[in-house]
Design a binder for this molecule. Sequence first.
Ligand SMILES: [Zn+2]
Length: 264
Amino acid sequence: MAFALTWMPGVLLEVGLRVAEVPGWQARGHAEMGPVRGVMIHHTVGPANGNMPSLNTLVRGRSDLPGPLAHLGLARDGAWYLIAAGLAYHAGKGSWRGLTAGNTHFIGIECENTGTAADMPWPEIQMNALRQGVAALLRHAGCDADACIGHKEFAPGRKVDPLFDMADFRRSVQAVMAGGVPALPLVPAAEPLTAAGQAGRPTLLRGSAGPFVMELQRRLGLSQADGIFGPMTEAAVRRFQRLHQLVPDGIVGPKSWAQLPAAD
Ligand SMILES: [Zn+2]
């Protein structure tokens, strides 16, 4: 059987977002959902590296709380993971506009982030996907931007997620819903083939790993060139991009590669 939220990928794909289905997600849930009254945003407090390292926990749960723990997981690169179409344990005790059954009435979105000041601000590619995705989900559910709340607003004092300002975020969702904000390109183009027909350098972003990341780190002058594109590397990329009048998105595409100095 399938639960009620099987419409989610359709509305996300329709606005150009990337989705990845966790096998069995349509039938995953603790019960059927009630009427959707809004969406609730969380951060995972997961590992600092990797694109969506918390996914397995969100699907299976923890020793003290069985999964699913969210309907959707939002990766650092802006990809949406479909986890559950039925009720998920994400809200816990709380209330919003007199509504206390958070799990029954809110779509729970867990965004990959350590939940620390060091992991702020979130990568813009992730924030953009969140804005666009939340707007699409709310529109389908017949809700307005006010129906997008943070876990910290549902359970103040008990929860702090997400760390960013929710009033600002709702304004940006409202702008998307009003049609005034064109979707940003979600994944920048990689370098074209070289004259020799070889693939150019790949586009790198947080979660990337390998020799090209090591090269990037050396060219940024980082003391630790470990080949893992984590928050420190992203922060350094953003600093470099700001200095060179590039979009400080923390993503190393053709424009950033072209401006990076040779390694010492
Ligand atoms: Zn939360």
